[in-house]
Design a protein around this ligand. Structure first.
Ligand SMILES: *Cc1c(COP(=O)(O)O)cnc(C)c1O
Length: 432
């Protein structure tokens, strides 16, 4: 599943002990496994092999240049949501003609940039956006390739903040209105209708919601494809991963929750989805982010203090919500393990950061091995929606990122120097 594992008492990423990385590079520290990234990509790629397909890694999940390069080398395209992300793909050596541009708020400069770079498709989320695309393309004397994002109004069974495929969300165009939009778009001279797109949400751990959404949209795709000669159908991303080892195999069967037996694999996903989409004869696009990067990264933190109150055992670490916001933002679970196992009984602990917010915690009341000042902890499965959401709250510099491959390791992003945090700021003239 991934390449973070204990060898004896020590936690390794592939062939490198995390404790040595923490000592070399300091903490907080993101560590990524190149093998996990490439392996997850190729497993999905292989599962989709029976159909003409393109996997477009969702850059928003992890946009480090080295991570993007690993995936570009593996043959990945990219799902981008801003000019910034497109620039990153270019900087990493990715192919803009294998990029799809998503998002509800594309600005004119962004559209212009993406048109000049010849992205594969714009995934359009509203009628005004279609008009704007047509206008910008006309001005540049170009034809913009487009797909409309269909909102199938299917519940994904995931957290409210990562559900996107229902009418409560800002995403896509309501299923019932899509045919009308294609008819109007077909009359816009600087657009080329290239495909249909959908994406119902994130961290979906069963195939049923994907299946339901595909089944609902299929007749529409068939109809639009016949009418406009489409090239692809994008079934989005959203494939979930294991965050909580209670759900993972390797535990006694009685310990697994019912969800565990259904946890999604590329093979189980493809087995249900491919028979549905194959008869279309279209190229199938996918936009996975978390599935590829999630389990490929860990955030390493140092224990600064252990504070015992009457009720609680607080483990105060040097990583915080500015480094990894998922627990605060989505109530997310990250498995927390020591880099060096010491044995002894577990203590019910809250692992918290130093930021002045009650939301700045990584877990509450969780049985964890006893740790003390100077020990290190790893928050596992932090490779997606981790560093990309980091910020400078409390004037905390952005963490460093390390890429590991076998016994090799290298800095994929240097720790941010403190002064860089306010590099663009000034004490304005009249205050001097
Ligand atoms: C975020 C997003 C994805 C990727 O979602 P994951 O859950 O990381 O796979 C794919 N497509 C679109 C349109 C998105 O917004």
């Amino acid at each position: 599943m991934h390449d973070f594992h204990f060898v004896g008492r020590r936690l390794f990423c592939e062939g490198v002990a995390l404790e040595s990385l923490a000592e070399n590079f300091g903490t907080p520290l993101y560590v990524y496994s190149q093998h996990t990234l490439a392996d997850h990509f190729s497993k999905l790629d292989a599962a989709m092999a029976p159909v003409d397909h393109l996997i477009c890694f969702a850059v928003k999940a992890n946009s480090n240049l080295s991570v993007l390069r690993v995936l570009a080398n593996a043959g990945s395209g990219f799902d981008i949501v801003s000019a910034g992300e497109l620039s990153r793909v270019l900087a990493a050596g990715g192919d803009p003609r294998r990029c799809v541009f998503a998002g509800v708020g594309k600005t004119e400069p962004e559209i212009e940039f993406a048109l000049r770079q010849r992205v594969y498709c714009f995934n359009v989320e509203s009628e005004p956006e279609l008009q704007r695309l047509n206008r910008v393309a006309a001005r540049l004397k170009k034809i913009a390739p487009v797909a409309v994002r269909v909102n199938p109004n299917v519940a994904a069974g995931t957290h409210a903040k990562i559900t996107t495929g229902t009418y409560e969300n800002k995403f896509g165009i309501a299923f019932e209105q899509v045919a009308g939009i294609y008819a109007r778009a077909a009359r816009l001279k600087n657009l080329r209708l290239r495909g249909v797109q959908m994406h119902i949400g994130s961290q979906i751990t069963e195939t049923a919601p994907f299946e339901a959404a595909v089944k609902k949209v299929l007749p529409l795709v068939r109809q639009l494809s016949a009418a406009y000669g489409l090239e692809f159908f994008s079934i989005g991303g959203g494939l979930g991963i294991i965050y909580d080892p209670m759900l993972a195999s390797g535990r006694p069967a009685w310990w697994r929750t019912p969800a565990a037996k259904k946890i999604l694999t590329p093979a189980s996903y493809a087995a249900r989805i491919l028979p549905l989409v194959r008869p279309l004869g279209l190229k199938i696009l996918m936009e996975p982010g978390r599935f590829i990067a999630g389990n490929a990264g860990a955030l390493v933190a140092r224990v600064e203090y252990v504070k015992r109150t009457g009720r609680k055992n607080f483990v105060i670490v040097d990583a915080a919500m500015n480094d990894l916001i998922r627990p605060a933002f989505y109530d997310a679970y990250h498995e927390i393990v020591p880099l060096v196992k010491k044995g002894g009984a577990a203590v019910s602990s809250d692992v918290v950061g130093p930021i002045c917010e009650s939301g700045d915690y990584f877990c509450k009341n969780r049985p964890l091995p006893k740790v003390g000042e100077g020990d290190h902890l790893a928050l596992l499965s932090a490779g997606a929606y981790g560093f990309v959401m980091a910020g400078n709250y409390n004037s905390r510099p952005l963490a460093a990122e390390i890429l590991v491959s076998g016994k090799k390791f290298a800095v994929a992003r240097a720790r941010q120097p403190v002064k860089e945090i306010w590099a663009g700021e000034k004490v304005v003239a009249w205050l001097k």
